[in-house]
Ligand binder design. Structure first.
Ligand SMILES: NC(=O)c1ccc[n+]([C@@H]2O[C@H](COP(=O)([O-])OP(=O)(O)OC[C@H]3O[C@@H](n4cnc5c(N)ncnc54)[C@H](O)[C@@H]3O)[C@@H](O)[C@H]2O)c1
Length: 357
């Protein structure tokens, strides 16, 4: 891990117990939909993890997903508690839909099982606080994998942004014509409640700043195919006086951005831009130099995979073995979720809302 990678380990030591057993870490995937099917191969590929079970409320989905990977003997069930009690995993990977994240995560933590979760941590901040409390009480590691943090070009942009001196403005646009997963149709604000966390968390990772307050509007353009408000614009005040603005739509009528949006950062030494995909560019003001980031290599070359899962798993396993908290450790990640929940509160009240994780 590069030395400038953000870390959130407490100087007093980890708040979770390590797994010291001399065997691979035992893992269960919960949720056999799209992303569960991406996580299972990562658990099979990691030298220090073993896939010991797969749970889905629709048990046949878990059975089919296991069979597709040639894992016909793998324990599968619709009952999370049966698999936790029967297989005694060290951790689960929570790949369920957002509304199930709280119950699945707390059930595992209360049985002494650590949790690596898909984003978002939960639907509400109250749920998230109770999940963080359950992790503290159980002394187990609970982290949310924000896979975009590991994109080599995001890391390059972060390093470029760090060259800009004190930041004043950070902007991101996200435009995607997406006919997504069925659960998105059930959400009142599908962009804010599902996708925006990626961009909001990236804003924190890129700037090193935390959110202070937000004003947000979420709305439904006439042409959208979503029942809910699929478009939003938000202005965040961040620590240090930085303003971060976000505008996005799940129903872009053409002109799509990348999945990580399109970015611009302005600091006292210059401006950096990133299309969310390729290499960032920068322009320094007179009298300053903005150094380009060092060349970077794919840490997992030659393997077709969903971006940012192997890296997230590596940080999580390192955390369980050494106590070094991964980037999405729950006490940190809850601040990204708080950006979402405060934005939703601002939409509801029509006011600027303070952000308190
Ligand atoms: N990081 C990324 O880029 C990325 C990409 C896709 C999805 N996700 C996230 O992953 C999560 C799942 O998304 P998906 O696209 O795989 O959804 P999906 O609908 O394809 O799969 C979800 C699965 O969870 C199962 N499930 C629901 N409640 C459950 C419960 N209580 N216990 C066990 N299983 C349960 C469902 O039956 C379904 O099979 C969401 O939180 C989503 O935001 C992240």
């Amino acid at each position: 891990m590069p030395s400038d990678t953000p870390t959130h380990a407490s100087p007093a030591g980890p708040a979770f117990d390590l797994v010291t057993a001399d065997r691979p870490l035992r893992a269960v995937v919960v949720g056999a939909g799209f992303i569960g099917g991406q996580w299972a191969p990562e658990l099979l590929a990691h030298p220090d993890t073993e896939l010991v079970g797969w749970v889905d409320v629709a048990e046949d989905l878990a059975r089919d997903a296991a069979a597709e990977l040639g894992l016909d003997g793998l324990p599968v069930s619709s009952s999370l508690t049966a698999v936790l009690d029967g297989e005694e995993p060290d951790f689960i990977v929570n790949c369920t839909v957002p509304r199930a994240h709280h119950d699945v995560t707390v059930t595992a933590l209360k049985r002494g099982v650590s949790v690596l979760s898909e984003k978002p941590m939960s639907v509400t901040l109250e749920e998230a606080r109770s999940m963080v409390g359950a992790a503290d009480e159980a002394r187990r590691l609970f982290a949310v994998n924000q896979n975009r943090r590991f994109m080599p070009t995001l890391v390059a942009f972060r390093r470029t942004v760090a060259e800009l001196g004190p930041l004043g403005l950070l902007t991101s646009e996200f435009y995607m014509p997406y006919r997504g997963r069925p659960f998105l149709d059930e959400l009142e604000h599908p962009l804010l409640q599902d996708m925006a966390i990626h961009l909001f968390d990236a804003a924190r990772a890129l700037s090193g700043a935390d959110p202070v307050s937000v004003y947000c509007e979420s709305f439904r353009p006439a042409w959208t195919w979503y029942p809910g408000a699929c478009s939003a614009t938000a202005i965040f005040e961040m620590t240090g006086g930085l303003r971060y603005t976000f505008t996005g739509s799940w129903s872009a009528p053409g002109g799509a951005t990348s999945w990580t949006g399109s970015w611009r950062a302005a600091g006292s030494h210059g401006t950096a831009r990133w299309d969310g995909n390729g290499e960032p560019t920068a322009e320094a003001v007179q009298g300053h130099v903005v150094r380009p980031p060092a060349p970077h290599a794919d840490p997992f070359p030659g393997r077709s995979r969903f971006a940012g899962l192997a890296e997230g798993l590596e940080e999580f396993v390192t955390g369980l073995r050494s106590g070094r908290a991964p980037q999405g450790e729950c006490h940190d990640n809850i601040r990204s979720l708080a950006m979402v929940t405060a934005a939703l509160e601002s939409v509801r009240t029509g006011t600027r809302v303070p952000i308190l994780a």
